[in-house]
Design a protein around this ligand. Structure first.
Ligand SMILES: [Fe+2]
Length: 428
């Protein structure tokens, strides 16, 4: 541990050897930093809770009027730059959106069929040995729902599609990519973060996934870059905290873990390949980007053990729950029903979950494609992505299952367009 010259806080750029002591140390330092503002931690928490209560009330009122909580934006309005001011304001407020008609319905259904052909023609189900990580281990599956497949034509065509690039630029531009006299990322170039596929068949039973978030774990408090990113929160200044300011974030050190995402994602996202009704085990969020303030500061209250950050642990996804964050659980909101070719997006710090389903009606098929704009962090990760792509291996953020190495019909370098080549760092 050293004291950062930039933040004045103790920081650990790699995992502390004695984590309980490190947690005690950072909590004490953050409490005294907040005290310097002239307010106590409970006073700051009360301010945040009042803000959250108003947001929760608005979300509940929206539901009771029978309206969608999630903003719905037509792709054509993104293309034509005709998204209304009110829609933009709602996107910022809720931190999530469905893009309707992002891809042609028939094209998305063709991608779904292409995925099936890709795995069948390579006898994937004969070779599949079960989940290689424990992230989805609470789900009983005879066949996988999450396919550890990265390099199908369908996935790569979607990742490098001009309509994907256009939507990602639009989403990235909701963030401030320049602040503090620095440029943090390029909103108009994506790094093609490769992720898996989900195909959940008709009749499936699934336990879902509990409320959690994916940006990191204890590193969010402990490394210098995240301390700079959350500088306003850590000074007790909730009003100045802007969840859309990328400042320092694209350089922050992360602690390694099997569920870690090495890339900076402005939004997590997926593209629907089948029709999904919103009562069939779909994605939910707590659509309040500033809720991150509560997650980051709530552990400083003295009803939490001194060596505990409300249950956040290394190498586990960051939990949000009714024990520590009951007010947030009242805001959990499902996506609208989607059609093939619609895409779904949520701010990278937002709490989300997947609802359980029994005897699912219809398929539940998605390609996970986030928005991961070009920046120092993503350029670095793109080097290993390029190597994995050329070899047909699993990207380094995922278990090294490498199913596709000898699959002859995977997407090749010759199939890349300019968006794809720039995304993989093959050209600027
Ligand atoms: Fe997640």
């Amino acid at each position: 541990m050293t004291i950062s010259a930039k933040t004045g806080l103790p920081h650990w750029e790699t995992v502390p050897a004695d984590m309980p002591s490190a947690i005690k140390e950072i909590k004490a330092a953050l409490r005294s930093r907040i005290a310097e503002s002239g307010r106590t931690v409970p006073e700051v928490i009360t301010e945040i809770e009042e803000f959250l209560a108003a947001e929760v009330a608005d979300i509940k009122a929206t539901k009771s009027r029978g309206e969608e909580v999630w903003p719905v934006i037509e792709y054509d309005d993104i293309e034509n730059q005709t998204v209304s001011e009110s829609a933009l304001a709602l996107l910022k407020r809720r931190g999530c959106a469905v893009i309707r008609g992002h891809f042609d319905h028939a094209e998305a259904e063709k991608w779904d069929a292409d995925v099936v052909h890709y795995v069948d023609s390579n006898h994937f189900f004969d070779k599949y040995t079960g989940p290689a990580d424990d992230f989805f281990s609470d789900l009983e599956m005879s066949k996988p729902e999450i396919y550890p497949i990265y390099w199908s034509s369908a996935q790569m065509e979607a990742r490098q599609h001009p309509r994907m690039a256009k939507a990602q630029s639009f989403l990235n531009s909701q963030w401030r990519h320049e602040s503090e006299g620095r440029t943090w990322f390029d909103p108009n170039r994506d790094s093609l973060y490769p992720d898996r596929i989900r195909r959940r068949p008709r009749g499936a039973d699934s336990g879902g996934l509990g409320t959690h978030l994916d940006p990191g774990t204890l590193d969010l408090w402990m490394t210098e870059g995240y301390q700079q990113h959350f500088r306003h929160l850590f000074a007790g200044d909730f009003a100045s905290y802007d969840p859309w300011d990328a400042g320092f974030r694209t350089e922050a050190a992360q602690y390694p873990g099997s569920t870690m995402c090495s890339a900076f994602r402005t939004f997590q996202g997926w593209t629907a390949l089948s029709e999904m009704n919103n009562d069939q085990g779909v994605l939910h969020t707590v659509p309040i980007p500033k809720a991150m303030a509560y997650l980051m500061l709530r552990p400083l209250l003295d009803d939490v053990a001194e060596d505990d950050m409300c249950g956040v642990k290394l190498n586990r996804s960051f939990p949000a729950n009714s024990t520590w964050h009951p007010i947030l659980m009242e805001a959990v909101s499902c996506i609208p029903s989607v059609q093939p070719g619609d895409s779904v997006w949520w701010h990278c710090d937002m709490i989300h979950s997947v609802a359980p389903v029994t005897n699912q009606q219809g398929w539940g098929n998605v390609m996970y494609i986030p928005s991961a704009p070009w920046c120092n962090k993503n350029a670095e990760y793109a080097k290993s992505v390029l190597a994995a792509f050329l070899a047909g291996k699993s990207p380094s953020d995922f278990p090294a299952e490498d199913y596709e190495v000898d699959w002859p019909n995977r997407f090749t370098e010759a199939d890349l367009n300019e968006i794809g080549r720039r995304g993989l760092g093959l050209e600027d």
